[in-house]
Design a protein. Structure first.
Lengths: 390, 319
């Protein structure tokens, strides 16, 4: 028999695997760059505020004031970097970034405290970085608050009111990420981000390269269906990027202690759906571009920015204006991220995020269907071939 | 089934305001070598792309292997082979891997491809190089391998778009021998070229200029019909000066430069020789020789494309 089965996915797939295997650069790009990026971002993108350099101006110099200073020194949030005499010295230190905060304890601090007057303690903060500034102020307020509470209770005790208690006791417990480490929160986001960028770019390139070489045209004149072409290209890339995703996952566990709490097969399912979305986006881009440069630009624009800003990776989606929130529905990383955090950090079941998986599957189908339709439409091709035809 | 492999009726392709192919009609007989000749940008590739289903025509119809290019593009794809001017092969695949891939894309079984493999390798002269990466092959080899991949599935009709571009003369000759073999096996070969000497190998030719077919027929017919006036080849080292002097003379029907010689079309051979010598003598030019020549297709082509421009000679020579 001359012709085999009418589905010709096999030859495309085999060819794609061979090409990827021979092109060591793109293989490295797909497997090692994600891991490398995780390493870079994972350590650099740190929202934890700890070890804030602090200067202390203790104008009182009493046992009580030293005790307060020690309270600051013994937490991991502040490191006492300087002890100065005058509050005027703080200016220079803060300007030179030697310190980020300063504690000023006034003269007669212990005297006022004992006398039952309320002395003021000044806390100065570098607010240039609003985020770490706010966090630092919070820590300082908490330390001062608890100190103040103790002093009050002690004073009451001295007056024979020892049985008195503070009326409200708040007990805060943080779930899923008890130490509030931002790495836990970031690793799933980074995974989505890195995979999206790498995948979209590498698939877009693999097709645009064929256009540049003219092999695409050779395929167009063959009876191969556009859908078979796309699926044949998709399968090798999905498999390779799955390997890459596992690599990133392992690295997240080893370096950042982010272990998968939930069901692994659920994770695999959402990863495959997400990878197909990313690859589909790459194919879509390749159908409307002719050169690798333009394709790269479009990939960067449609993956890096939306995945970073609009997915909820860094900024919560619900805080965005309504219009922007609507745009986020076209960012597959948004669904992936919710599902990923649910599986990895919370270890919850499908019932908690089934809608996200559904959206992700919908997006994957939509983008693939669009790619096939775009590949099929020769009209577009014709208009773009104009220069060549001339 | 029709006696023709390809039938084209007023096929037109417009890109915006630009008409790349303007109401082109022709037929190609089964097993013929059909040459589609024209300069770059004349509309050759656009026509071939419409026939292969790569471009939709703006208007007009065509059938390829009995199937309409608009209604049955999938049927058309099965009966044609196509080789583009870039010899589109995967440079990072080996010779055999390329052959297997293109065979697979045409849905050929592994057994069928295996059986065809020795023939393709022999035809392309690639025995012993089966495992070489395609990028390491010379242009001539790539060209023959591309042809092999295009005819792997034994198509009835083969479209070759400028197949000999950038290929050395020896490889070009060998390639045309392959085309002849295909034709002997009743495969229709539709070939575009701008090398006019290659057109001599074709059974049937169309000259296309600015999207329109300006002449057609076998090479012999074209020469006999189109060029009725004698053509003198005037060799001189001062060919450019000679061209300037002669082109303004009313008795010179057409003249053009071919290297260090001029081709001058005149009404009568003896009279023409005398006039050329006289005129050139006035410029101080003594031609090395003046010979009457058999017109080449190049002469035909220049004659045909200068005609519609309405030069002063045009009216006098038009049949």
């Amino acid at each position: 028999m001359k012709t085999g089965p009418s589905v010709f996915v096999g030859p495309v797939m085999r060819k794609e695997f061979r090409q990827i295997r021979r092109d060591s650069r793109s293989l490295i790009f797909m497997i090692f760059i994600p891991a490398f990026l995780l390493l870079m971002f994972g350590f650099a993108l740190n929202f934890d505020v700890k070890h804030i350099p602090l200067a202390v101006v203790d104008q009182d110099g009493s046992r009580t004031s030293r005790e307060l200073v020690r309270k600051f020194g013994t937490t991991e949030y502040f490191d006492i970097k300087a002890v100065v005499d005058k509050s005027a010295d703080i200016d220079g230190l803060m300007a030179r970034e030697k310190i980020k905060a300063a504690l000023v304890i006034p003269d007669r601090f212990s005297e006022d405290l004992l006398a039952g007057r309320s002395p003021s303690v000044q806390f100065l903060l570098d607010g240039a970085n609003a985020m770490s500034g706010t966090t630092g102020a919070g820590y300082a307020a908490a330390i001062l608050q608890s100190y103040s509470q103790r002093v009050t209770l002690e004073a009451m005790g001295r007056r024979g009111l020892g049985g008195l208690r503070i009326p409200l006791q708040t007990q805060v417990r943080v779930w899923y990420n008890p130490e509030l480490r931002s790495a836990r929160f970031l690793v799933p986001g980074l995974m989505a981000f890195i995979l999206m960028v790498i995948l979209t770019t590498s698939t877009a390139f693999s097709i645009v390269r064929e256009k540049e070489r003219g092999t695409m045209e050779q395929i167009y004149v063959s009876p191969l269906r556009p859908a078979a072409l796309i699926i044949g290209k998709l399968i090798p890339y999905v498999l390779i990027s799955l390997a890459s995703a596992h690599f990133v996952l392992a690295l997240g566990w080893v370096l950042f202690g982010v272990a998968v709490k939930g069901n692994y097969f659920l994770l695999l399912l959402t990863m495959v759906l997400f990878l197909i979305s990313g690859l589909g986006q790459g194919i879509l881009i390749s159908t409307i571009t002719r050169t690798q440069q333009v394709a790269f630009l479009l990939c960067v624009l449609t993956t890096i920015l939306p995945t970073f800003i609009l997915s909820g990776f860094v900024f919560p989606v619900r805080n965005m204006p309504t219009v922007i929130q609507l745009v986020t529905y076209f960012v597959p990383a948004k669904y992936f991220l919710v599902a990923l955090r649910a599986i990895i950090l919370k270890g919850v079941g499908l019932s908690a995020f089934w809608d996200q998986v559904l959206f992700l599957a919908g997006f994957a189908v939509f983008i693939l269907a669009l790619s096939v339709a775009m590949l099929r439409s020769r009209g577009e091709d014709g208009r773009r071939r104009r220069q060549v035809a001339r | 089934m029709s006696e023709y492999s390809i039938e084209v009726k007023s096929l037109t392709k417009r890109f915006g305001d630009f008409t790349a192919v303007d109401a082109v009609s022709f037929e190609v007989g089964r097993g013929e070598i059909f040459g589609f000749l024209g300069a770059n940008g004349a509309g050759k590739s656009t026509t071939i792309r419409m026939l292969c289903g790569l471009l939709d025509p703006t208007s007009g119809t065509a059938t390829v292997g009995g199937f309409g290019i608009r209604d049955e593009p999938e049927q058309v794809k099965k009966v044609i082979g196509y080789m583009s001017q870039k010899f589109s092969l995967y440079e990072d695949l080996t010779v055999v891997e390329n052959i297997r891939f293109f065979g697979g894309v045409y849905g050929l079984t592994r057994r069928f491809i295996d059986a065809r493999l020795p023939w393709i390798l022999g035809m392309a002269g690639l025995q012993g190089r089966e495992r070489s990466l395609t990028r390491t092959l010379s242009v001539g080899w790539k060209q023959r391998l591309a042809l092999g991949c295009a005819i792997l599935h034994e198509p009835e009709i083969v479209f070759l778009d400028e197949p000999t571009g950038g290929v050395d003369p020896a490889s070009r000759r060998r390639f045309w021998e392959l085309i002849n073999e295909l034709s002997d096996r009743k495969v229709t070969v539709f070939v575009t070229t701008h090398y006019l000497d290659e057109a001599e190998y074709c059974n049937d030719i169309r000259l296309i200029h600015a999207g329109r077919i300006v002449a057609g027929g076998s090479p012999r017919e074209l020469k006999a019909e189109v060029i009725r006036n004698p053509i003198l080849e005037v060799a001189s080292r001062r060919a450019v000066d000679a061209l300037e002097a002669l082109r303004k003379e009313p008795w010179v029907l057409e003249t053009s430069i071919f290297g260090t010689a001029l081709h001058v079309s005149v009404a009568d051979e003896a009279e023409g020789r005398r006039l050329v010598q006289e005129r050139l003598a006035r410029e101080g030019i003594v031609p090395d020789r003046i010979d009457r020549i058999v017109p080449s297709l190049e002469d035909v082509f220049i004659h045909k494309i200068e005609e519609p421009v309405g030069s002063k000679k045009g009216g006098e020579t038009a049949p």
